[in-house]
Design a protein around this ligand. Structure first.
Ligand code: G16
Length: 604
């Protein structure tokens, strides 16, 4: 139901109410002339105009964005002015350029999202946006937001999500801003926002009622327009330009092919149902846990081997489907599985790049590829093989976006279950799923139905036989006391400072060790202290960094990589193959002693 004072409208009456949104007015109400009142009764097109309330506020400490936006416990976000302060600071940071622009809004449907939307809409209207486009029921997957901004050329968007972190009153909430090419705000903007959070003193909120986010359509509130849209439409249109839906439909119809997609009760439920079931014709049972819930049904919507255990059990069970996949809270991460087989995200992006010709969007060839520093170098091997430029960036999708905008990168990925292309400026869970479906469809094109279907493992083995295998594993130590985590990092930094080239470490010889620094090749901006790394002469690596996406305590990430071109080893379990270098990493960091943890929370 729309609240009183607003009307669904297909037309506008801007001039009638323009003067009613003075930026410094307090609780102003428009005085409507007789003629206007008559118009409103006859044709319900004109909404009650909106004034702006200027509410005093005070800076709140610690509103610094991490790897991807601000993430905190939900009850912190629900505290007085916590959300409003950050959003107002964002608008202050963006300055005059937002006046008269359209802001997009949506999120992963987690607890507090609907209430947060009402606050954000009022702030957007109060700060001079002329329009907010919001996903129905405040839903919008992260890649869908990027697609929407790009396709409709909107100014930018706010995503309410803490990604793969659990939701609900006891869980996490989060917020981030995506800029005009659909990319996560670069550090130049996030630094500015943080600066503004330290001095914010006034919240400019439109004096308008809460809006109905359930009903698709437009409403006017004076000069300000709110449009509620179907959150799937633009995204699906985008994917249709990337993939051959007809070919995928035929492949999915094969009786000897079965797939399962675990939406983990998160945002991709409605997206996967529309795309995989309604468009591609897969049976409804293909989408597991497709009903989104504000607390992800009490789960941890992180598509990895630990938190997507139900899917893992299915894929390792009797009669497992050929292909399995999962996505996270906001739909940008993905995990790819075959029958009893896990594809590391580092391998997945390399395999997609190597098989890019199976995807119509990449038919003209790739411009280049990129990976985050901790991601294995499997992608580099593909790039070398295909004679493509390749880039190594810090962790954080935002670092890929300049490369894509400059036409230097077509496919990129991260070990943290992120894979994407330059069709949008976010990592894209369903893109990865459709990319793998496209590869499987192409590899099975000449396999008669009932013959031996080429599966995910077959694709991986073919790849390793061509490029060799980069064994990779990540150990996560979640919610470690900040102090202990800092001690581990200090210990590793100390070892680095004492380890010149040629130092022997276990069976390995050090090539170099450093704290990764990145200079953006497009704009020259510098990102320092992006991860402590040991790189050995055989290309093996040990990397330590602290996660920038947690909401409490610290998460230590330890990344291990070792290359092999011995075909006899390709099917070996990664933990077994990497055991000596994992042991070395634990020894040199003294992680178990300094944290009291004898094992990680998650192993990838
Ligand atoms: C975010 C970023 C990714 C990053 C990941 C992990 O993903 O968008 O680029 O790789 O965090 O970061 P960290 O290791 O600092 O926790 P998401 O899916 O959480 O938005």
């Amino acid at each position: 139901m729309l609240h009183s004072g607003s009307r669904l409208t297909g037309a506008s009456n801007r001039s009638a109410n323009r003067s009613c949104i003075p930026s410094n007015a307090q609780h102003l109400r428009p005085v409507r002339g007789a003629q206007q009142q008559q118009q409103a009764r006859q044709a319900p097109l004109v909404a009650m105009a909106t004034a702006v309330k200027e509410l005093p506020t005070q800076p709140i400490e610690g509103q610094k964005t991490g790897t991807s936006g601000l993430r905190k416990k939900t009850n912190v976000f629900m505290g007085p002015n916590y959300l409003a302060n950050w959003v107002q600071s964002l608008f202050n940071a963006l300055g005059a350029e937002i006046k008269g622009k359209t802001l997009c809004l949506g999120g992963d449907g987690r607890y507090f999202g609907k209430e947060a939307s009402q606050i954000i809409i009022k702030l957007a209207a109060g700060n001079g946006f002329s329009k907010v486009v919001v996903g129905q029921n405040a839903i919008m997957a992260t890649p869908a937001m990027s697609a929407l901004i790009r396709r409709k050329k909107h100014y930018g968007g706010i995503i309410m999500s803490a990604s793969h972190n659990p939701g609900g009153p006891e869980g996490d909430f989060g917020i981030k801003f995506n800029y005009t090419s659909g990319e996560p705000a670069p550090e130049s903007i996030t630094d500015k926002i943080y600066g503004e959070t330290q001095k914010v003193s006034t919240l400019k909120m439109a004096d308008m009622p809460d809006v109905d986010l359930n009903k698709i359509g437009s409403s006017k509130f004076g000069d300000f327009e709110l449009e509620v849209i179907d959150p799937v439409e633009d995204y699906m249109a985008q994917l249709k330009e990337v993939f051959d839906f007809e070919a995928l439909k035929k492949f999915v119809a094969r009786k000897d092919f079965k797939m399962i997609f675990d939406a983990m009760h998160a945002v991709t439920g409605p997206y996967a149902t529309r795309i995989l079931v309604q468009e591609l014709g897969a049976p409804a049972s293909t989408v597991k846990d497709g009903v989104s819930s504000p607390d992800f049904n009490g789960g941890h919507p992180d598509p990895n081997l630990t938190y997507a255990k139900e899917l893992v059990d299915i894929m390792w069970g009797a009669n497992a489907p050929t292909f399995g996949a999962a996505s996270d809270g906001d739909g940008d991460r993905n995990m790819i599985l075959g029958n009893g087989f896990f594809v590391t995200p580092s391998d997945s992006v390399a395999m997609i790049a190597a098989n890019a010709s199976c995807i119509p969007y990449f038919k003209g060839g790739l411009k280049g590829v990129a990976r985050s520093m901790p991601t294995s170098a499997a992608l580099d091997r593909v790039a070398k093989g295909l004679n493509l430029p390749y880039f190594e960036t810090p962790t954080g999708w935002k670092f890929f976006c300049n490369l894509m905008d400059a036409g230097k990168c077509s496919i990129c990925g991260e070990e943290s279950f992120g894979t994407g292309g330059d069709h949008i400026r976010e990592k894209d869970g369903l893109f990865a799923v459709l990319a793998w479906l496209s590869i499987l469809a192409a590899k099975n094109a000449n396999v008669p139905e009932g013959g031996k279907v080429v599966g995910v493992k077959d694709v991986a083995l073919e790849h390793w036989n061509k490029f060799g295998r980069n064994f990779f594993s990540r150990y996560d130590y979640e919610e470690v006391a900040t102090d202990a985590a800092n001690k581990v990092m200090a210990q590793v930094a100390d070892v680095i400072s004492k380890s010149p080239k040629g130092t022997k470490m276990g069976d390995f010889t050090l090539d170099f060790a450093d704290n990764f620094e990145y200079v953006d090749p497009i704009d020259g901006s510098k990102a320092s202290k992006q991860g402590l790394r040991f790189v050995f002469t055989d290309g093996s690596r040990i990397i330590f960094r602290l996660s920038g996406t947690g909401s409490s305590g610290a998460t230590i990430r330890m990344y291990i990589e070792q290359y092999s071109n011995d075909p006899a080893k390709y099917e070996e379990d990664a933990q077994k193959a990497l055991a000596p270098i994992i042991k070395l990493a634990l020894e040199l960091s003294q992680l178990p002693q300094l944290t009291g943890r004898d094992k990680p929370t998650v192993i990838t």
